[in-house]
Design a protein around this ligand. Sequence first.
Ligand SMILES: [Zn+2]
Length: 416
Amino acid sequence: MATFETDKEQGTTRVGKLTFQSLPGQSYQTPLYTIYTSRGCIPNLTPDNFKNAIKTDDQSSCIINLNFWDLNENPGEKVLTSYEEHLKQKKSDDIQRPLHSLLNLKDYPVIVNIRDPQFAQQTCQANDKCPYGDTEMGRRKTNPESFNKLMQQMKPELLVPLHDASVHDVVHVSIDLPGKEEQRPSKKILKCVERSKKWISQTSTVPNASNLLFPLVAQTRPESLKQFLDQSELKESYRGVLLGDFGIMPPNKRSALLKACIQEVKATKLSKLPLFISGQDHPYDVLECVQQGVDVFDGVYPFKVAEFGMASIYPLQIQQNQTEMKMNLRDVKFVRDVKPVLEGCGCFTCKSHTRAYIHHLLNAHEMLAEVLLTILFLMVHSHNVQHYMRFFEAIRKSISSGTFEEYKNTFIKNTI
Ligand SMILES: [Zn+2]
C-alpha cells in the first residue's frame, strides 16, 4: 500500500510525502525525481556504489524507475520464477520482493512504467491486438495476461497498468482547451482511449497490486474520465495519476494543456492523489510542472547533459546574477583551470578533481571523464545526478519557505 500526504500547499504548488507499506519508517519527499534505469540498472552504476554514494539526506528521495519492456525481456518470467524457487528453498524473506532482491534494490521502492522517458515517443506503441515496445533485442509484444503474471511476480511498489501510449503526435491538436470551441477527437484518439480503457481494466487486476497509477491517456476528456472511474471497480486501488503524453509537445501548448488536464483530475475521485509525469526532465519544464502541481518526475537529463561533456551548474537558490545552465568542460579555456567543476559542491567529482583534469580526460577520449560526470563515486559520485537531486531539494525547500515563485522566476530569467 502506498499513501500520499500533503505537507504544505501554496496555490497549486505543494510539498508532500509518499510512504510504502513494504518500507516501513521511510518516507519520500515530493516533488521528487525517480532514478532512471536502463535494463534494470542505474547507468554505469552498481547498486552497491549507488547506495554508498547517496548521502543519508538523499536516501529519502530515492525511488527507482524501472521500464517494463526491459524487465519483460530480462530477467523475464522464466528467470524470475527460478529465482523465486531458489529463494523458497533458502527460506529467504526476499521472497516478499523477489525483483528488488534480484536487482539488489532492496532498500528502495520501485515504480514499473511502460514508458521510457528517454524514448517517450516510441517506447510503447499499440495496435488493435496488443501493446508492443522496443527492447535491446528488438520489438516485443505483450498482452494483459502475461503483464499481470509478471507484475504479480515482481511486486513493484507502484505500477502503471498497460495502456496505449502512442498518440503523442496528435494529442496536442485534438484536445479541448478551455475557452476553445470543442473539436471532434480524431479516430486515432478515440481508438487509443478505447484500447486503453480495456487494457487498464484488464491489467489493474494484478492480485495484491493496490498501488496502481491511473494513466491519463490521450488527455482523456473529463466526461469520459469520470465515466470510466465511476464504472471502474478499481478506483480505490489507484494511488497516483500518470500524466504521460507531454513528451514532444511544444512548450506553448503544453502549459495550457497540463493545466486543463490537472483540472480534470481534480474534478474526479482521484483529486487527492499524487501527480506523476513522464518525460519532462529539463529544469525549466520541471519548474513549470511543479508550479502546476506535479509531484513526481522521471527523466534522463543528468545523463544526457553528461554525454555531451557538460556539467550542470544551474542555481540551487535564488540568484540575481546571470548564470549558465551547464559548463562545457571540453572548452579549451579549462585547460589550466584548477578549480572544481562547481565551487561549493560537495560531490565526489568536485571534491577530488579539477576542471583541467576532466577537460584533459574528455579531450583524450578516456571513459573515466564521462563516468565521473554521470555517476556518483568512481562511477558513482556523479556531479550531475547529485546536482539534479539537489535541484529537487531546492524546489522542496523553496515551496516550504514560500519562495518558490521567486526561485522559479529568477531561475528562468537568469540562466542561459
Ligand atoms: Zn559536484
